[in-house]
Design a binder for this molecule. Structure first.
Ligand code: NI
Length: 162
């Protein structure tokens, strides 16, 4: 078990495009385990490998319904319908933003065994997947938010950290 330091927005590597994982090795299993430890320790609901300084296309998410692990995730389709919600990010600790996202997405990738995985998600989980796949392309919610505000200015926030 290892808990990693989560990089914050001033870190240039967060802006780089992560590389695909060509082969699932024991190191990738270790990465997935360490990412889960780090996410749960930070009380997050999602984490992308670049947030702990690993430039690989690996994400995890758990909105309280169980852990999702995805290697080389791709959003293959998304709803036309969109909605606004307040979003946070473990890599942007001071601020929150109002971000428009597709209401539902279909995600394809591989699980830790290297088997093809297809997940249909809607609502909050769909939002988390969109947020995490953005991290793999060097994007932060700040780039998409219509409005960004200080966390201290927000009294109530639903959901958790992405
Ligand atoms: Ni994030």
């Amino acid at each position: 078990m290892a808990i990693y330091r989560i990089l914050t927005e001033s870190e240039p590597s967060l802006r780089e495009k992560a590389r695909p994982v060509p082969k699932i090795t024991p190191n990738i299993h270790k990465l997935l385990d360490n990412m889960a430890d780090t996410m749960y320790n930070a009380k997050g609901v999602g984490l992308a490998a670049p947030q702990i300084g690993v430039g690989k296309r690996v994400i995890i998410a758990d909105i309280g319904e169980g852990l999702h692990e995805l290697i080389n995730p791709v959003i293959v389709s998304q709803s036309v319908e969109e909605e606004y919600e307040v979003e946070g990010c473990l890599s942007v600790p001071e601020r929150l933003g109002d971000v428009c996202r597709a209401v539902s997405v279909v995600l394809e990738g591989q699980n830790r065994e290297g088997e093809a995985l297809r997940i249909e998600a809607e609502g909050y989980l769909a939002r988390v997947f969109q947020h995490e796949t953005d991290h793999l392309d060097g994007l932060l919610f700040l780039d998409r938010a219509d409005e960004v505000f200080l966390r201290t200015d927000v009294e109530d926030m639903d959901g958790g950290e992405l």
